[in-house]
Design a protein around this ligand. Structure first.
Ligand code: HEM
Length: 461
């Protein structure tokens, strides 16, 4: 049995390319070997098969013949941060159990309940910036998404514990986002301090402080139960599995950490990219403002959510530079035919979201930001998959969609902004996901008034 072709360079060279320039590595491999190829990232484990043809992606995500599973222990890169009981690091029946417990707060119909929080937090955060003073847009979007997820998880959350937790989480994620931190994950022997270089030790220390605060919060909730609370932590504490069992404290800690991390990093980056493209391309900005302004003052959140051009801008943002390059790994459990090869049991298979979104046959001129694509045709869930699919599809899909659209609408209708310079921004690795290769600087030019909004709408149309 032959695995798909792939680079023949030594393993450590492939790891270095994967850690430091994953997107160009994937593109080079796709150019050379086509829709399916293998990369070797460790000596004693089989090469990983990467896919970008929607037909193959459909086969692994629907898994109709049960030829694959999705082992959480293969996501152990996330374990130092999220723990062993995170839905991301669990497998099989335990993964299913945890997913069932986590799903209710993320159902579409609950999203309206988060709308006010998203709008209020966005207004508060962006309102702190002065007209004319340049700032990094990712700091703004990260502050928005972190506060929103904290409020969704803990309910109205103020005071010194909330503040400290927020700062520690930002710090922890900033530290773990460098390629060097990712290298530590791939080479566990490096996870220690080297003399005065206490990079790993610092991360562990912050992690311990975060854990203490989360356990304190859980303890306090157990001592003072309040049945009127509807935040995610309360729902998780009340949830029971099929055997009537509640989640343990350690399980709660790992899931809270998972939601706090997965629930804000990705959305913060996606929002920053959206702001970049909207302000880079005047025609996109004009059309978006025209659509938003046509709703008048205080539009209903569902009406904003359904706006076609806003949806197209949001979709194209996650198409061109998807924050997650890949789906989580699937493992072949019984020999399977895929993309013209017979894959033996044990082979790891990953859907490349990035390469699929860059396919010329699906997205002509794929390097161009063109929201119209999403108005002109519908893409299948295997052609467009920023949130993955199948048994591990992103739990926060509706939450992220809702948050991105409402936050964008709030910022765009409240302020006139521009990019502080015209430097091109490209994607690069940011921890285990991707983000802008340099800070995107923006500046507020003025506050938008309703009269000027009406005038602008008239001028554009
Ligand atoms: C733009 C924002 C986001 C993007 C692009 C994104 C992307 C993804 C992707 C690609 C996966 C893997 C899916 C697969 O392997 O098939 C995933 C899983 C996951 N995401 Fe997201 N995500 C986003 C926001 C969120 C938010 C807001 C939350 C929670 C509030 C969240 C929670 C999760 C969880 C818990 C999983 C693991 C699911 C499992 O293993 O069963 N994500 N996400």
């Amino acid at each position: 049995m032959h695995l798909p072709k792939g680079p023949q360079t030594p393993v450590f060279v492939q790891v270095l390319r994967w850690v430091f320039s994953p997107m160009s590595f994937l593109e080079d491999c796709a150019k050379r070997y086509g829709d399916i190829f293998s990369i070797k990232l460790a000596k004693d484990v089989p090469p990983i098969v990467f896919l970008s043809n929607p037909k193959d992606i459909q086969q692994i995500l629907t898994n109709d013949n049960n030829q694959l599973d999705s082992p959480g222990d293969w996501n152990d890169l996330f374990e130092p941060l999220l723990g062993k009981h995170s839905v991301i690091t669990l497998s099989g029946a335990e993964h299913q159990r945890q997913r069932q417990l986590l799903m209710p707060p993320f159902h579409g119909e609950r999203m309206r309940g988060y709308s006010q929080v998203i709008t209020d937090v966005t207004e508060k955060v962006i309102g702190q910036y002065q007209i004319g003073q340049p700032f990094q847009i990712r700091s703004v979007t990260q502050a928005i998404t972190l506060r929103v997820i904290m409020q969704a998880v803990f309910g109205l959350y103020e005071g010194s514990r909330a503040e400290t937790l927020q700062h520690l989480l930002s710090d922890l994620l900033e530290k773990s986002s460098s390629p060097f931190s990712v290298a530590l994950l791939y080479f566990p022997a490096l996870r220690r301090d080297f003399g005065p270089i206490k990079f790993w030790g610092e991360q562990v220390q912050i992690q311990q402080q975060v854990d203490e605060l989360i356990y304190e919060e859980i303890q306090e909730r157990r001592e003072n139960p309040d049945p009127s609370r509807t935040d995610i932590l309360s729902l998780l504490m009340d949830a029971r599995d099929a055997d009537g069992q509640p989640m343990t404290d350690v399980e709660l800690r790992d899931e809270l950490m998972t939601l706090l991390v997965a629930g804000h990093e990705t959305t913060a980056t996606a929002l920053a990219w959206a702001m970049y493209w909207i302000h880079k391309l005047p025609a996109v900005k004009a059309r978006l403002l025209q659509e938003l302004d046509s709703l008048g003052d205080n539009p209903d959140s569902t009406t904003i959510f359904k706006l076609p051009y806003l949806n197209a801008v949001y979709s194209e943002t996650l198409r061109i530079y998807p924050v997650a390059m890949l789906t989580f790994a699937r493992r072949v459990i019984e020999t399977m035919a895929l993309g013209g090869y017979e894959l033996p049991p044990g082979t790891p298979v990953l859907g490349s979201i990035y390469l699929t979104h860059q396919r010329e046959d699906l997205y002509p001129e794929p390097k161009k930001f063109k929201p119209e694509r999403f108005l002109e045709r519908q893409f299948s869930p295997y052609e467009y998959l920023p949130f993955g699919g199948g048994t591990r599809r992103c739990l926060g899909l509706a939450f992220a969609q809702w948050e991105m659209k409402l936050a964008l609408a709030k910022i765009m209708t409240s302020y006139e902004l521009e990019l502080a310079n015209s430097v091109e921004v490209r994607p690069k690795r940011r921890g285990l996901v991707t983000g802008p290769h340099r800070p995107i600087e923006m500046v507020i030019k003025s506050q938008r008034q309703i009269t000027s909004r009406i005038l602008e709408t008239t001028t554009v149309s």
